[in-house]
Design a binder for this molecule. Sequence first.
Ligand SMILES: NC(=O)C1=CN([C@@H]2O[C@H](COP(=O)(O)OP(=O)(O)OC[C@H]3O[C@@H](n4cnc5c(N)ncnc54)[C@H](OP(=O)(O)O)[C@@H]3O)[C@@H](O)[C@H]2O)C=CC1
Ligand SMILES: CC(=O)[C@@H](O)[C@H](O)COP(=O)(O)O
Ligand SMILES: [Mn+2]
Length: 359
Amino acid sequence: MRRVVILGSTGSIGEQALDVIRRHPDRFEVVGLVTGSNAARLAEQAADFGVEHTGLGVDAAVQLVRDVDADVVLNGITGSVGLAPTIAALESGRTLALANKESLIVGGDLVKRLARPGQIVPVDSEHSALAQALRSGTNEEVRRLVLTASGGPFRGRTRAELANVTPAEALAHPTWDMGRVVTTNSATLVNKGLEVIEAHLLFDVAFAQIDVVVHPQSVVHSMVEFIDGSTIAQASPPDMRLPIALGLTWPERLTNIGVPLDWTQATSWEFEPVDHEAFPALNLAKHVGEARGTYPAVFNAANEEAVDAFHDGKIPFTGIVDAVREVVDRHDAPADLTLESLAAAETWARAEAHRVFGA
Ligand SMILES: NC(=O)C1=CN([C@@H]2O[C@H](COP(=O)(O)OP(=O)(O)OC[C@H]3O[C@@H](n4cnc5c(N)ncnc54)[C@H](OP(=O)(O)O)[C@@H]3O)[C@@H](O)[C@H]2O)C=CC1
Ligand SMILES: CC(=O)[C@@H](O)[C@H](O)COP(=O)(O)O
Ligand SMILES: [Mn+2]
């Protein structure tokens, strides 16, 4: 029986985690639920799963993680606001099933230093795929990691053709049903950029050895290429319940989670290179990842503001990454990386992004 805390329980990840748990009542006890503001749905979930400890907002998340005894904390909050609960989970010694990639990317080396080996279990589909593939090799045997990207709803368009796309079009993801921010990030490929940094931090592989390939079907979730030329890929229909379940029980697998691939039907999987001219976010993300320190936090904070500005009709779609680049270019990193300097850099980046939108 694993005692589970779910942060962000009303979101896409949170609801799917509860679905996994509903299928295995003998394996899990939900001991805590936190969400942002949706108190009505939170109350329903608490009643369904008999949960005593619930909370609203990020401070409640931190408190609950520290106070409630649990084996695993699933961080399914969206955005860099998830950093404080990630830190609380690590400091409290819980296994952290990490969907909230932003907290690792923003916290970078500070978060890594807090985690004991194996304490962070990736839930992001690509990183779960990599973790599964890496079970069969050591880091010395790895030549490169290859992350797959769906390409998002605008795959195949030129930069000029992206100028007038609408928020509704950006939210029409071809393969995954996810929250607003990560879906928009998939459309700009900011998500893939964040995931390259996430892979670097999780698996200690240099940026030069992390590649991205577009795979529109989202069936191969990523692959590891080994020094002898062998590649191990993880494949399954696009359904987050599989990596969520693994995040909750790693390294064990559960039955009754995903539907396997159907090999009786003729099927083709496509792979194609990223169009970096139309989607410059990926190279920009690698650049901030290599720069380390507060740069990834600045990149992410400016992007969070730009995503809101795009959805509010203040900037065009291509303006998202243009604004992020401008903010990153203007950033002067502080000498020391501390939680305080990170918070100050984020605050600066958000204000600077608004200055760019207003200019
Ligand atoms: N959805 C997916 O398939 C995938 C998601 N991820 C990552 O997982 C994370 C969550 O994504 P997703 O589930 O899609 O997002 P959603 O927008 O669907 O859900 C976000 C959740 O976070 C809660 N939340 C927001 N702000 C706060 C806050 N300040 N304090 C506490 N809770 C808060 C929301 O509560 P409320 O409903 O009350 O607003 C909601 O429960 C993101 O980091 C995303 O990148 C990674 C891979 C796949
Ligand atoms: C399901 C998941 O892990 C998402 O982060 C996914 O990767 C988004 O799809 P893209 O490949 O389009 O970014
Ligand atoms: Mn992903």
